[in-house]
Design a protein around this ligand. Structure first.
Ligand code: NAD
Length: 434
């Protein structure tokens, strides 16, 4: 099958490489010439474990190619995926669909015969209708299908998620488009991955409902963590105690500094806006958005409290900048708000992240970067674990303490047990652990 993937970012590139690995012939398109040039030279524009080898192998097998030229890739393709960004629109928080619609217009120009145009980007309910309208208006002569196939992969585990998904959701309005989509995912069908065929609007909403539910679960345990701190309970034990209940499940019950990343913040906000527009506000999600926004900055106050009430002139060392481990993605990372809050209070910041420093640099001012965790801690008045990279899970606490100006450890991911840290002479503050 010939497939064109429009947009070669975290989702487009991983999806394109995995679809090529299934045996399809895939061309990944991007507007960004630097990204395409890097890919054509075998360099990955993003950090995602295993991606370089997967791309190299499929390029070698001539199933995967990269180009800035959309036209030849779309002409003759049976499925054309739109995987461009849908960021929050400045000012009002609605999903910015300008990239999706621009891609649809370009695709319309390039189509030569029957093809299914598929939105893989996360898009609000009704976007597929508008994509179909754009395509039909531009090319009334063409026979096309328009489907929705939201992506559920997680950065950092993206390849495994794409190849072994919990489910695939396909929203199609006609049998012909559904059949093409079934063919795209046939290799997974054989693996018995559940494929749900739904209406297009249902598929679009399913993606937002999934992300909003996960964001709610995180926010719920974060609030329980705050309560634990006040009442002298332990949130990790509470999480285990409720998570073992199959109706609840143990995933997404890790208390932390608030959710961030390229999806949850923008998708929860977009769902809130859509629901308001339809006159059926989703009040739980509205509250989740508000609670999470306040939480990130509250983490700066937590660090300040751990430092005795002031960080003015103090050196605060941060371990981890990306919104989660195993990615270089800095979009809406909690570290950004935490650093801003600490700098506003007069702290000097030094940071280390295994993969995220390059993307962090343009987003942060006045931050020094260290080359590893120990160098970061040197001379610091407090060490703050913001992201739970594996490299931070087994640090030599004695060595850290010896180099720091003051032994204060603020562990926003509960990587260390308080008793352990205290035994090594640290003043320890975790999340939801009294
Ligand atoms: P991204 O910013 O990494 O990639 C988008 C790419 O599209 C960019 O490289 C951009 O240059 C390119 N682009 C924009 N307009 C184009 C056009 N007209 N033609 C060709 N290329 C174009 O974004 P992402 O993280 O891959 O997210 C893409 C979509 O997938 C979003 O809607 C997002 O919500 C959704 N999604 C993301 C994730 C994730 O973990 N990142 C997971 C599931 C769904």
């Amino acid at each position: 099958m010939r497939i064109a993937m429009i947009g070669s970012g975290y989702v487009g590139l991983v999806s394109g490489a995995c679809l090529a690995d299934f045996g399809h012939e895939v061309v990944c398109i991007d507007k960004d010439p630097e990204k395409i040039a890097a890919l054509n030279e075998g360099r990955m524009p993003i950090y995602e474990p295993g991606l370089d080898a997967l791309v190299a192998e499929n390029v070698r097998q001539k199933r995967l190619a990269f180009s800035t030229d959309l036209k030849p890739a779309v002409a003759g393709a049976q499925a054309v995926f739109i995987a461009v960004g849908t960021p929050s629109r400045r000012g009002d928080g609605f999903a910015d669909l300008s990239y999706v619609y621009a891609a649809a217009r370009e695709i319309a120009e390039a189509l030569t015969g029957y093809a299914v145009v598929v939105t893989k980007s996360t898009v609000p309910v009704g976007t597929g209708d508008e994509v179909e309208r754009i395509l039909r208006e531009a090319r009334p002569d063409l026979d096309i299908g328009v489907a929705s196939n939201p992506e559920f992969l997680r950065e950092g585990a993206a390849i495994g998620d794409f190849k072994r998904p919990d489910r695939i959701v396909i929203g199609a309005e006609d049998a012909r488009a559904a059949a093409v989509m079934q063919e795209v995912y046939r290799p997974l069908y054989l693996n018995q991955a559940p494929i749900l065929f739904t209406g297009r609007r249902t598929a679009e909403l399913t993606k937002y409902a999934a992300n909003a539910f996960l964001a709610t679960k995180i926010t719920f345990i974060n609030e329980i963590a705050d309560l634990c701190e006040q009442v002298g309970a332990n949130v990790q034990e509470v999480a285990r105690g409720i998570g073992l209940d199959n109706r609840i499940g143990s995933k997404f019950l890790h208390a932390g500094p608030g959710y961030g990343g390229s999806c949850f913040p923008k998708d929860t906000l977009a769902l809130v806006k859509t629901a308001q527009d339809y006159g059926t506000p989703v009040r739980i999600v509205e509250t989740v958005v508000a609670v999470n926004d306040q939480r990130k900055r509250a983490m700066a106050r937590k660090v300040i409290a751990a430092c005795g009430g002031s960080v003015r002139g103090k050196r605060v060392a941060l371990l981890g900048l990306t919104f989660k481990p195993n990615t270089d993605d800095m979009r809406d990372a909690p570290s950004l708000s935490i650093i801003a809050g600490l700098q506003d209070a007069g702290a000097r910041i030094v940071a280390y992240d295994p993969e995220g420093m390059e993307q962090a640099r343009p987003l942060l001012q006045g931050v020094d970067y260290a080359e590893d965790a120990y160098a970061c801690a040197e001379g610091a008045d407090a060490l703050v674990i913001v992201t739970e990279w594996n490299a931070f899970r087994a640090l030599d606490l004695a060595r850290l303490k010896a180099t720091m100006a003051a032994p204060v450890l603020v562990d926003l991911r509960n990587v260390y047990a308080s008793a352990d840290a205290e035994q090594h002479g640290f003043a320890y503050a975790g999340i939801g652990v009294a």
